[in-house]
Every structure is written in C-alpha cells, then in structure tokens.
Design a protein around this ligand. Structure first.
Ligand SMILES: Cc1ncc(COP(=O)(O)O)c(C=O)c1O
Length: 341
C-alpha cells in the first residue's frame, strides 16, 4: 500500500518527528508581553538572516503581508503590485478592506516581474484627484520563478526617485536563495520589508516572519495585535521554525531536483500541451479543463492529489521523494493515455 502523494502545494507538509520533538521541548512565555524566549530568539535570528534590524513572527503569510501593507501605508495611500501577486490577488482584498489602501495592479511579465516602465507610469503625481502612491509590492519566487538578478536594485532606484517604499513577499524566498545560491539578506537587501513563510518549503506547521527596520517592526507589532495575530506561547511555533532553519533549507535543492525530474518525465507525454519548471513548481497545460478534471479523478484513485484545471500546478516538497515522482510520472502517463469519458 503506497502512501498518498500530495502535489497540490508545499503547504501540505506535516511536521517531522524531529520537528515535533523540538516543538515539544521549546521554552515558552507570553509573547504578547514579549516574554517568549523562543520567539525572541527566532525573531533575532531571522532579522540577522534577512539583513534587517528587527523581525516579527506572525501566524500566516497573508497576515504578514497585510501587516506590512498596513504598516507602510495610510488610509488613502496606494500600493503598486503585480496583478497575479499574492498581495493583490489571493489575500481577499485585505489591504483595501481593512486598511483603505488602494491597490494599483499591473501586468506580470513572463519572468514573474512587473515592468519598470509600467510601475513608473502607474506612480501618481501629488494631486488631490489621486490616491498617494506609497509602496511597490514585489514577490520572489512568483509561480516558482526566481526574480532576475539586478531587478530589485532597479526597483529600489525607481522607488527612491519617487519616495516610495518596497515590500517583498518572500513566501518562497528560501527557494529563490537555494536555487540562485544567493543569501536571503542579499535577495532582500533592496526591500524595506520582507515576509518569509515557514509553512511552505520549510515544512513548519505555521508561521511567517516579517523583517524590516526597528521602527517598521514596532509599527507592525501594533498592527499584528489589532488584526488578532498576537499569540501567547508561540515559542512552540518558533521552535519548529528554528528547527526548519537548521535542517530544511539546504534540502530545498532536493525539491528543485524532484521538480526537474517530474518535468523531464512529463514533457514528452502525449496530451501535455506545455510543461515548464521553476524551482519546486511544475506547470502543465492540458488540452481542456475537462481533461484536467478527469486527470484529477484518475490520479486520485492512484493515491495522488493534484489540482484540476486546464493549467495545473504541481508542487514538490519535504514529503515528496524521487520515488514518488517516478510513481507520479507513471500514473500521469497511464491516465493521459486513456480517453476522457
Ligand atoms: C506567494 C505567497 N505569498 C503569501 C502566501 C500566504 O501564505 P499563507 O497561506 O500562510 O497565508 C502564499 C500562500 O500560498 C503565497 O504563495
């Protein structure tokens, strides 16, 4: 009997036995009082890792991004953002709903970036008709794509010329760091703030760490409390993340190798219209959404979970081995050989 292989996301990982042991042994206190030694140590560790003055542990990536936007922008301000970036498309409009911050979404290019010329054109003049452009929101990796080298430096230059700030959604910045051989601090150097998720490739059960200047994090701490993210004995989470930082960062290279292995096995299969791989994500395009739906059901009966749709994202992670990938390739080959009924 094979175990289930879940390729829907890298958020599906379960804490390892060693992580559970670290979590159980954590020293804890009340973090809202600033008394949790494990949280305090983790925040200091991640601040140093990100090359920033301070950091703050939050329960989720969405809250981390929201708190960053609330901390950078006032009511009536605007953030300029890729229209498929998480901070615009997948966060339930939180910045607009809760912060009265207007998003200015822009097209995302094939390499995952927003064109500098589009950003430049979208920055508003100081005029009573317009929202105040305040922030540029970036994402690395986007759909698995590592941001091209030098791009954030150019965005920084643009931001400085217009007095704007930069927030980097680095939900998968560790994947970018491992894939590019660049440190987290270097990747985040040009951003005023960076949000790092720990419940994706790193395999912690929850948690995201936001890093920035001391003043920014003081402000973010207040917003985190307001949106209900002030946790108490959060040291158990900090300990899981600390364990992940020790043991689950370099191994992301295995996830990238497994994604490349999957891509190599799928590219030649009949029925696959296109197939691309970036870090731990493989995106396949099928002839129709019906084919995608059928494929999902076929793979489910083989013990493999994938999303449905005409374009399908398959994500490798801690709980997927090279042998699992071979099983997926064989199952997909078999399923695609069958007609859609
Ligand atoms: C790029 C990106 N940013 C932020 C998030 C939000 O993370 P969470 O699910 O912890 O709220 C995700 C989640 O998948 C993501 O993919």
């Amino acid at each position: 009997m094979h175990s289930l292989i879940d390729l829907r996301s890298d958020t599906v990982t379960r804490p390892t036995a060693a992580m559970r042991a670290a979590l159980a042994a954590a020293a804890v206190g009340d973090d809202v009082f600033g008394d949790d030694p494990s949280v305090n140590a983790l925040e200091a560790r991640v601040a140093a890792l990100a090359g920033k003055e301070a950091a703050l542990l939050l329960p989720t990536g969405t809250q981390s991004n929201l708190v960053a936007l609330l901390s950078h922008c006032q009511r009536g301000d605007e953030y300029i953002v890729g229209q498929h970036y998480h901070t615009y498309f997948y966060e339930a409009g939180g910045a607009a709903v809760l912060g009265s911050i207007q998003p200015q979404p822009l097209p995302v290019q094939a390499d995952g970036t927003v064109a500098l010329s589009d950003m430049q054109a979208a920055i508003k003049a100081d005029d009573v008709h317009f929202a105040r452009s305040r922030l540029l929101a970036l994402e690395n990796t986007h759909a698995g794509r590592v941001m091209p080298e030098g791009y954030t430096a150019q965005v920084r230059d643009l931001a400085d010329r217009h007095g704007l700030r930069i927030h980097l959604d680095g939900a998968r910045l560790f994947n970018a760091a491992v894939a590019s051989g660049t440190s987290i601090a270097e990747l985040a150097a040009h951003a005023d703030s960076v949000s790092l998720c720990c419940s994706k490739g790193l395999g912690a059960p929850m948690g995201s760490v936001l890093a920035g200047s001391g003043e920014f994090i003081r402000e973010a701490r207040r917003w985190r409390k307001m949106v209900g993210g002030g946790m108490r004995q959060a040291g158990i989470i900090a300990a899981a993340i600390d364990h992940a930082l020790d043991h689950h960062v370099e191994r992301l290279a295995e996830d990238h190798a497994n994604a490349a292995r999957l891509h190599a096995g799928l590219i030649a299969l009949p029925g696959i219209v296109s197939c691309v791989v970036h870090t731990n994500m493989v995106h396949i395009e099928l002839a129709s959404a019906e084919r995608g739906l059928a494929l999902q059901a076929q793979l489910r009966s083989a013990g493999i979970l994938i999303p449905a749709g005409r374009t399908i994202r398959l994500v490798t992670h801690l709980d997927v081995s090279a042998a699992d990938i071979d099983r997926v390739i064989a199952a997909l080959g078999e399923a695609l050989g069958e007609p859609v009924t």
